[in-house]
Design a protein around this ligand. Structure first.
Ligand SMILES: [Zn+2]
Length: 93
């Protein structure tokens, strides 16, 4: 699969273990103690709708802790999602 610039941005955020949150029409990055480069924040803002869509679907591409959550990843209807992130999303949305 060809990687888009958004894929690369989300991969970089994942490397930082940054949590991507979607509330209302906004997307926020939560990364306590970790500096998120402004170009990543700008890209998230540019692709806000697509990022929000991935967060709302608990896509593995916005899972902040693949190492810890991987055993909770499931493949349903052609997409991978993270059951742990899905649960966490309910508390912040
Ligand atoms: Zn996860």
């Amino acid at each position: 699969m060809k990687q888009t610039s958004l894929d690369l941005v989300l991969r970089d955020l994942q490397t930082l273990h940054a949590v991507v949150l979607a509330t209302g029409n906004q997307v926020h990055i939560w990364s306590p103690g970790v500096h998120v480069p402004s170009h990543l924040l700008n890209q998230v803002n540019t692709h806000k709708r697509a990022v929000k869509n991935r967060v709302e679907r608990s896509s593995i591409y916005v899972c902040p802790s693949p190492g810890l959550h991987r055993s909770s990843w499931e493949y349903v209807n052609g997409r991978f999602y993270c059951r742990v992130c899905e649960q966490l999303q309910q508390y912040v949305s």
